[in-house]
Write a protein that binds this ligand. Structure first.
Ligand SMILES: C[S@@+](CC[C@H](N)C(=O)[O-])C[C@H]1O[C@@H](n2cnc3c(N)ncnc32)[C@H](O)[C@@H]1O
Length: 273
């Protein structure tokens, strides 16, 4: 998922959830006094950072930094959203932190990115290390998600397995977990976070028609499916979603668009250094 233009157009669920979670839990954040710096981890194209997160950040913020592992996402974000206070940089949440970034941020946010981090301990420790003393993180990410089941099913088929060998890298480490909130809380506390609060929300999102869903499937597709097979991949993807009853089989009204109903689990985690 390196195509920022495509992602920008189709990231409706993450936009929706970032907004709802900030509206619902934003008042739990204890913003620091004085000049503050804010980080958005896994910022993607930068639209959530600048059109949603920014609305909730108080005026004493002197620097907002978005970071992402994808160079093309960061380039797009810098071209479209950077200004005197806002900038974007390449950073791997799961990698070695540059020393100059340690302890540099008063608040760290992340939307729909932490489920990509396979080594959760390294990811959470890095967030801890990026924060200043008393700094807080607010993280929103997926545990269960129907597309992860589709990835697994397709990766077992003779037709797609060649391109999906590394499938588990793109499935949330909490997808098969019954009480992910307990695991995340334990991990955060073991790293040293205090005032840890973690909730697992049961959510539903209805894609109003299959074109919108197609946009979403293609814009977040992490596999290197050859261009000429992309259409075929979406057809098979939809067929698995039909088997899982995520896509309606039949509608009484033929003129009515066919909807897709995603039931999924979202983790909202907050902690202080
Ligand atoms: C689904 S997008 C979410 C983007 C944005 N936060 C939003 O809510 O629209 C996930 C982003 O996480 C980034 N990402 C994945 N692994 C990462 C890592 N190890 N370090 C930093 N960013 C990562 C991806 O490149 C992608 O842009």
């Amino acid at each position: 998922m390196n195509n920022a233009v495509l992602y920008q157009k189709h990231n409706i669920i993450s936009k929706n959830d970032a907004l709802k979670c900030l509206e619902e839990y934003g008042q739990l954040i204890t913003w620091k006094n004085g000049k503050i710096t804010v980080l958005d981890l896994g910022c993607g194209d930068g639209s959530v950072t600048t059109s949603i997160l920014k609305r909730f950040i108080p005026n004493n913020c002197e620097r907002l930094v978005g970071c992402d592992i994808s160079e093309s996402m960061v380039k797009y974000a810098n071209e479209h959203y950077a200004n005197d206070h806002t900038s974007f940089m390449v950073l791997d949440i799961e990698g070695d932190l540059p020393n100059e970034l340690r302890g540099n941020f008063d608040h760290a946010f992340s939307f729909y990115a932490m489920h990509w981090i396979q080594n959760q301990e390294v990811g959470f420790r890095n967030i801890y290390d990026l924060l200043s003393e008393g700094g807080e993180c607010f993280l929103v990410f997926l545990s269960q998600w129907p597309m992860f089941d589709v990835y697994r099913t397709l990766s077992r088929s003779t037709k797609w397995k060649l391109w999906m060998e590394d499938v588990e890298r793109f499935i949330s480490p909490y997808h098969d977990c019954q009480e992910p909130e307990k695991k995340v809380k334990q991990l955060m506390m073991s790293i040293g976070f205090t005032s840890v609060e973690v909730e697992c929300l049961q959510k539903t999102f209805v894609y109003p028609d299959l074109d919108v869903l197609k946009g979403s499937v293609t814009s977040i597709n992490p596999f290197k499916i050859p261009k000429d097979l992309e259409e075929d991949y979406v057809v098979d993807f939809f067929n698995v979603l039909r088997d899982l009853r995520v896509i309606d089989h039949a509608s009484s009204n033929v003129d009515e668009p066919i909807k897709a109903t995603f039931n999924y689990h979202l983790i909202v985690a907050k902690g202080r250094k």
